[in-house]
Design a binder for this molecule. Structure first.
Ligand code: ZN
Ligand code: ZN
Length: 309
């Protein structure tokens, strides 16, 4: 290599480096598709969060209605689905996402990452829907075969996805006996968002969330949940409480992480009037109570848009 070729190679490397992970980010948006829990309410669809970064659409959990929310946003395809755990409120939307996405035009396999059991669940879904798949693929509509395929992977704690400047790291959280249960951190360039998944107070989450811009955490309004009329006995309610995080506990997590913005999602019960006052006992920083279709742009500023505005 002569000296000018060497210089241009170096310059090429430098200009590439300018767009590498240390560069300022463009278009890093997190949208809460569903902020609810197992209880069917029209105001809060099942748990699901869309992270858009580097031109990629990554979906985290797929609760009830996630595909409808994606279509509300005019997003027809996603690049990957990441499951925090296999509780049904986080997964009942998977067949809809997978099969409707195929019917609406996906030509490539659906990629799914999740805890142990994810591959098996996806295999069983393929068996459950084998009639529909056979009809649409082989008999009637002749939809592309690859589009209904699934590439599922059971993951452990650590980096599970890297594409361009986008990196997804799974970390263990503490959802009582539901093991393994993960939270996720998505890094895009210098910015990041952390999603708690379902967890009670977790020191491991606090460790993985250090330095993040936005921390989206599940929460349970202890007073409102205790007063909620449902089919659970007080003992069963106590068990639910023990697998989740109260607002006062979440406030302690927020204080230890000190994100630029703390956000609640997976809100139990759907009407939770004590969330902010309870959180304020332990945390005084920026806080938003999530709503369906609330979006958060992460960059030099962290900007929140509510669908209701
Ligand atoms: Zn849940
Ligand atoms: Zn759960």
């Amino acid at each position: 290599m002569n000296s000018s070729a060497f210089r241009s190679a170096v310059l090429g490397f430098l200009s590439l480096a300018a767009f590498s992970p240390s560069a300022p980010c463009q278009n890093f948006t997190v949208t809460l598709l569903g902020t609810g829990n197992p209880r069917p309410t029209i105001q809060r669809f099942g748990p699901s969060i869309l992270v858009q970064a580097g031109g990629q659409n990554l979906l985290f959990d797929c609760g009830r209605g996630a595909t409808m929310r994606l279509y509300q946003l005019k997003i027809e395809q996603i690049d990957g689905l990441f499951l925090t755990h296999l509780h049904s409120d986080h997964t009942v939307g998977v067949p809809d996402l997978w099969l409707t996405g195929w019917v609406m035009g996906r030509k490539v396999p659906l990629r799914v990452w999740g805890p142990a059991g994810t591959q098996e669940m996806m295999k069983h879904l393929q068996e459950a829907y084998s009639f529909d798949i056979h009809m649409r693929r082989d008999v009637d509509e002749k939809r592309p075969a690859e589009g209904v395929e699934v590439q599922a992977k059971d993951i452990d704690e650590g980096v599970v996805y890297e594409n361009g400047a986008v990196k997804v790291t799974a970390f263990l959280v503490d959802h009582g006996p539901v093991k393994p249960a993960f939270g996720y951190r998505v890094d895009y360039g210098r910015h990041s968002v952390v999603l708690s998944g379902d967890t009670r107070y977790s020191e491991n989450l606090i460790g993985f969330a250090q330095g993040t811009d936005v921390l989206i955490h599940e929460v349970l309004d202890a007073k409102a949940y205790a007063a909620l009329a449902n089919s659970y006995t007080p003992e069963e309610k106590a068990r639910v409480l023990a697998h989740h995080t109260t607002a006062e506990e979440a406030g302690k997590v927020f204080t230890k992480v000190a994100p630029r913005l703390a956000v609640y999602s997976h809100i139990v019960p759907p009407d939770a009037p004590n969330l902010v006052p309870d959180t304020r006992k332990t945390y005084s920083g920026p806080l938003e109570v999530g709503e369906d279709l609330m979006s958060i742009e992460i960059g030099k500023e962290v900007t929140v848009h509510r669908a209701s505005q």
